[in-house]
Design a protein around this ligand. Sequence first.
Ligand SMILES: CC(C)(COP(=O)(O)OP(=O)(O)OC[C@H]1O[C@@H](n2cnc3c(N)ncnc32)[C@H](O)[C@@H]1OP(=O)(O)O)[C@@H](O)C(=O)NCCC(=O)NCCS
Length: 327
Amino acid sequence: MQKFLKQILKKAKSDPQRIVFPEGTEPRVLKAVSKILKLKIAKPILLGDEKAIAKAAKKLKVNIKNAQIVNPATFPRFKEYCDKFFKLRKHKGITPQQATQTMKDLEYLGTMMVYMDDADGLVSGSTHSTADTVRPALQIIKTHSKFHKVSGVFLMMLDNKLLLFADAAIEIQPEPRDLADIAIDSANNAKRFGLKPRVAMLSFSTKGSANHPLVQKVRDAVKIIKRRKPNLPVDGEMQVDAALVPKVAKLKNRGGKIQGNANVLIFPDLGAANIAYKLVERLGGATAVGPILQGLKKPVNDLSRGCSADDIVDVTAITVIEAQHNW
Ligand SMILES: CC(C)(COP(=O)(O)OP(=O)(O)OC[C@H]1O[C@@H](n2cnc3c(N)ncnc32)[C@H](O)[C@@H]1OP(=O)(O)O)[C@@H](O)C(=O)NCCC(=O)NCCS
């Protein structure tokens, strides 16, 4: 799987993009930015006070002098951003004063930089919760089409294979239509990362072995996907052993499209997906990269608060690749 990561870094380096890091004084971010500059995979922008950032970098003995630093207190477009944010959110009842206050929050400022085209993507979340990282993007950048749901996919790198798990980050209780979005977006991301997607829609039932509204929800999602993407190899509802083990698939799902060879696993809700990815990471020894957010107009990616500096480098490279596609 090191080969896969090398390919990602190479692709990012071919056309580096401007990536903003709102957590400008966080040691892991600074270490990552120094490596990003060395590898030339992105043009990093750190948010915060120049002196505080320089002091933190000096303490860590890392070189970040080629990174752009944006201090909200002296940022020339600050007032313009506040006015724009007020316009975007006034229908929600915010006042101009509240808009200015919100723009002082570096998560919001960084997200606004992406929206206003002063940055091509954002990476944050090493010290913030997923909700705090994602909410500004949902409010400002928005989804690429109306009613589409944003979701988070993890790249799970095992010794000999790459799997995608979704939605392990955002939508707590997806409806069938949302599950269909999650599956289709994950299949598209699988293609971007060089896989031929084979999508398993997971449940605690395989093709009618149990009946329950939660099983029906997954069946309904499969119907929607088949209607929207007739050529996408998708199958379900199925248990995870039928999705991943050919022998079990033969017994439980003979004749199904997925014969134990799924590489995109779509979980029925956030609880199942989030627990599964952490189990596979912590007990199965997989490297988990993500969550890569899907469905937004511009790339914003969240980090796990337990992330390392190297994880930040990997997520940055992926964000650069998403920005290169410029959707
Ligand atoms: C993502 C999350 C923060 C959004 O919920 P929230 O903060 O309560 O936000 P709201 O419901 O007020 O929605 C804020 C905006 O985002 C939109 N939104 C919420 N979820 C969305 C989704 N999945 N896709 C697209 N838009 C979404 C809402 O429509 C709303 O838009 P508006 O303000 O322009 O009307 C919430 O779903 C959440 O906490 N998810 C779990 C995150 C988590 O803990 N993950 C596990 C760790 S990785």
